[in-house]
Design a binder for this molecule. Structure first.
Ligand code: IPM
Ligand code: MG
Length: 385
């Protein structure tokens, strides 16, 4: 019997509301699949927790240690709190947002160097453009995965200031791209493409697109050079290149061309929010931050302070994050078929509920509540198990 310890970090704003639905789904998985059990260890964290502890800490000290030494996987809701009344984000005197210690503590501390961000459009989901819902992309054309480098680039802790007379005169962020960082994330992308074994919707070809700005920056030249060194080890996977600026229009115009894309940190951050539009809503986009040992799974959206406590947020991104977590755990545990089955069932349940079209949150043109969507997915899981 596999028992997996999951650290749950609901975080700020709507984090606890969406996490509640994700846990409901995992509890159904426990019920319907033999040999899968979860032990949930929950910690409060983020800007609101920091306020509650009188600015003492962003999360309990033992939370990080538990994530590092005891957990099989980590689930994160959202971090960052803006007081809806004042519009002020909870920040330190230097302007740094409170809560980043949790997010970056995990990404950097646990060396979660690959950020897996699938862009998949489900049948029945429409696109909200200028307030109207319409079908723009065909579901069969939107199914690619971005692998965002997650531990260096513009996110490296090189941020600094030159102050004169207490005034900031110069601000710098040095973009660090290393051979090691590039090698491991690019190898990860090729391995991921091989394991996914799906190919691009357009032609079924396995393809890894190297997304960079190597016509200009030295870091991206190194990134592309490393890609070219690694790619020949995977002769069945087609090599493909895109500059980040052109990439943003290609994913909109011909998403069907893409299978797996590998992208430096900040470019990947920006491109995947755009890619979420193809999925219908940011509320649909899930992600997995993974390294060689640890994995942390989260929706890519934020804490949506103004919607907090209203039970209206789409929980599907977080439920999809649990699906990614089970898939990753299965790979880690000798392709555990039970976990794999759990992941497959969650994906199928989401697909069927969206296709059905009766229950959906406001971002997808409906008026169902967060908990209704969670309950309907749980119900569907029981039906298809
Ligand atoms: C994301 C977010 C974070 C990032 C923020 C909250 C720091 O935008 O996960 O994409 O920039 O990585
Ligand atoms: Mg982002």
């Amino acid at each position: 019997m596999g028992t997996y310890k999951i650290v749950v970090l609901p975080g700020d704003g709507i984090g606890p509301e969406i996490m509640r639905e994700a846990i409901k789904v995992l509890k159904v998985i426990e019920d319907i699949i033999n040999n899968v059990n979860f032990e949930f260890i929950e910690y409060e964290c983020g800007g609101q927790y920091w306020l509650k502890t009188n600015h003492k800490e962003e999360w309990p000290i033992e939370a990080y240690e538990t994530c590092k030494n005891e957990s099989d996987a980590i689930l994160l809701g959202a971090i960052g709190w803006t007081d809806p009344a004042t519009g002020k984000t909870v920040s330190y005197p230097d302007g740094k947002m409170v809560g980043l210690e949790v997010l970056f503590g995990l990404r950097f501390g646990l060396d979660l160097y690959a950020n897996i961000r699938p862009t998949k459009l489900y049948e029945g989901v429409q696109h909200k453009i200028s307030g109207e819902f319409r079908q723009i992309w065909k579901p069969e054309n939107v199914d690619f995965v971005s692998i965002r480098e997650n531990t260096e680039g513009l996110y490296a802790d090189t941020h600094g200031n030159l102050k004169r007379n207490e005034s900031i005169e110069i601000a710098t962020d040095c973009r660090l791209i290393t051979r090691k960082g590039s090698e491991r994330v690019i190898t990860f992308a090729f391995e991921y493409c091989k394991r996914r074994n799906k190919g691009a919707p357009k032609d079924g070809k396995l393809r890894v697109t190297c997304v960079d700005k190597s016509n200009v920056t030295a870091g991206c030249k190194l990134f592309r050079q490393v890609y070219q060194e690694i790619a020949p080890r995977y002769p069945v996977i087609e090599q493909d290149y895109a500059f980040i600026d052109a990439f943003t229009q290609w994913i909109v115009r011909t998403p069907e061309w893409f299978d797996v894309c590998v992208i430096p940190n900040m470019f990947g951050d920006i491109a995947t929010d755009l890619a979420a539009v193809l999925q219908g809503s940011l509320g649909m986009a899930a992600s997995g931050n993974v390294g060689d040992k640890h994995g942390m799974f989260e929706p890519i959206h934020g804490s949506a302070p103004k919607h907090t406590g209203k039970n209206i947020i789409n929980p599907i991104a977080t439920i999809s994050a649990t699906q990614m977590m089970l898939d990753w755990l299965s790979g880690k545990h000798n392709s555990d078929p039970h976990l794999k089955k759990g992941a497959k069932l969650i994906e199928e349940a989401i697909e069927l509920v969206l296709k059905d079209g009766k229950v959906r949150t406001y971002d997808l043109g409906g008026n169902s509540s967060t908990s209704e969507v969670g309950d309907t997915i749980c119900q569907k899981l029981k039906e298809i198990a």
